[in-house]
Design a binder for this molecule. Structure first.
Ligand code: NDP
Length: 489
């Protein structure tokens, strides 16, 4: 009998699943000790440098150039020369060949890029592998397809390229933002100077190797690295267009700087998206969408569903299910294939998140974080949800850009629309309901550039993306994404 009892005890079903470590190997990435600026197809020795690190461990990875205004000017001159000496006059079908080549090389080298992206940016490898890389390649494929069809995309308008584009990108999707910017610019016949974010330059620098491998003519793509000063020098320089993705504050400064110069400008700025859940929705599916909406990429997503509006009748149920689901999120090593939530991109960003979360608690919201052990080194923040949030609280108004969700309630669709639109931003929104008519009714009234229905954070190169109000102007993606890079006769 005692023997039987012992056996029964041993056979007990485990109460929680433990995952064995599943680290992706770093071997595939060959890092140089020091990187210069990529100008005219050559590496130029930088005058000043800084160190880029892995945010998950604070390990130094490489020395990176901090571009001076003269170095930025040199890159612009190289882009101008390439534009005038052939690229702009090349038939679209020839430009398309280069873009197709870049797309295929990105696919071939996707593991290398994914590992490097996770190492330098802190995002989980399963996201860089399954989202960032496939989408980056897809953007090059997609715009390669348009390169020789511009006259069909804009019939009777005789499109021609704008010239040299200065492109400034953020740290949340480094390679993907590069693809969003470079692919349409090149397809339309422009040349570019791109500046990646200070904290995440490595995949943009590896991309220079792809540019060489694809035998793109020298000077068509130039990459200069450094902090905001390099970005400001690019905006100041002799470029014909500026494309910027980043904070609303810097976007406004750029708009002021560009005013009156005749330079074209597109701004993709911050957001505070409303994710609206009605009581007739498929609840479990909605909970997955809520989690994906805010905890994907540690919430470092301009279109993150950071304000959750739940219909009052199901508030308790949703919050209960959400908390249960949050307990299963695995926070930790970005290179572990089981990780759901990786490292915060930088110390500065971590401090910003901490400050806003403290403000939420002070203002009276109720905080919940699932039990999880955060690594000792590096920058980490546990997935967080706030309930009892009033619309006036800072956590309901300001972009936190971290894994922090604010839950609010509503009773009627009209109230949901009013509350959802009560923000200076207008980038994206989500609707969860089984009624098609309600989706259309809501989507028509929500002031957001993208409205997802029964899903969230879905991207496709054929679909335009961009905002209203303080989320900026101009569209990237789709046929619309070509327009900012074209002039019409
Ligand atoms: P920034 O807007 O400062 O960064 C975006 C890019 O602009 C980076 O390449 C940056 O360089 C560059 N830059 C900075 N200052 C200037 C300037 N004066 N002229 C031209 N370019 C400049 O965002 P942060 O990284 O400082 O993040 C701050 C906040 O912005 C975040 O907490 C988040 O709320 C929001 N954000 C929103 C993003 C979005 O996609 N909507 C993306 C990133 C941030 P450098 O990297 O050196 O600063």
């Amino acid at each position: 009998m005692a023997e039987l009892e012992k056996k029964t005890k041993q056979a007990l079903v485990p109460s929680e699943w433990e995952y064995a470590p599943a680290p992706e190997s770093r071997e595939i990435v060959q890092l140089d000790e020091r990187y210069g600026h990529f100008v005219g197809g050559e590496w130029l020795e930088p005058r000043e440098t800084y160190t880029t690190i892995a945010p998950a461990s604070e390990e130094p990875l490489a020395e990176i150039g901090q571009a001076t205004p003269e170095e930025v000017e040199g890159a612009i001159a190289s882009a101008r020369q390439a534009f005038e000496n052939g690229w702009s006059a090349l038939p679209g079908s020839e430009r398309a060949k280069y873009l197709f080549r870049i797309a295929r090389i990105l696919q071939e080298r996707s593991r290398e890029f994914a590992v490097l992206e996770s190492l330098n940016g802190g995002k989980p490898i399963k996201e860089s592998r399954d989202v960032d890389l496939p989408l980056a390649a897809a953007h090059f494929f997609y715009y390669a397809g348009w390169a020789d069809k511009l006259e069909y995309a804009f019939p009777n308008r005789r499109p021609r390229p704008v010239g040299v584009a200065g492109q400034i990108i953020p740290w949340n999707f480094p390679l993907l933002m590069l693809a969003w910017k470079i692919a349409p610019a090149l397809a339309a016949g422009n040349t570019v100077v791109l500046k990646p974010a200070e904290t995440t330059p490595l995949t943009a620098l590896l991309f220079c190797d792809v540019v060489r491998q694809a035998e793109l003519p020298a000077g068509v793509v130039n990459i200069v690295t450094g902090d905001g000063r390099a970005g400001a020098a690019l905006v100041e320089g002799e470029v014909d267009k500026i494309a910027f993705t980043g904070s609303t504050e810097v976007g406004k400064a750029i708009q002021r700087q560009v005013a009156g110069t005749g330079k074209r400008l597109t701004l993709e700025l911050g957001g505070k998206a409303a994710n609206v859940v009605f009581d007739d929705c498929a609840l479990d599916q909605a909970v997955e969408g809520i989690v994906n909406g805010i905890y994907f990429n540690q919430g470092h997503v301009c279109c993150a569903g950071s304000r959750l509006f739940v219909q009052e009748s199901i508030h308790e149920d949703v919050v209960k299910k959400l908390k249960r689901r949050m307990k299963t999120l695995r926070v930790g090593d970005p290179l572990d294939k089981n990780t759901d939530v990786g490292a915060i991109n930088s110390r500065a960003q971590l401090e910003k998140i901490q400050e806003l979360v403290a403000a939420g608690e002070e203002e009276g919201a109720e905080i919940y974080q699932p039990p999880c052990k955060l690594p000792e080194r590096g920058y980490w923040f546990a997935p967080t949800v706030f309930t009892n949030v009033a619309q006036s609280y800072r956590i309901a108004q300001e972009e936190i850009f971290g894994p922090v969700l604010s839950v609010l309630t509503f009773r009627t669709p009209a109230e949901a629309v009013e509350k959802a639109n009560n923000t200076p931003y207008g980038l994206s929104a989500g609707i969860w309901t089984e009624k098609g008519s309600r989706i259309l009714w809501m989507a028509e009234r929500m002031r957001a550039g993208v409205v997802w229905a029964n899903t969230f954070n879905r991207f496709d190169p054929a679909s335009p993306f961009g905002g209203y109000k303080e989320s900026g102007f101009g569209r990237e993606g789709g046929r619309h994404g070509l327009e900012p890079y074209l002039e019409f006769e």
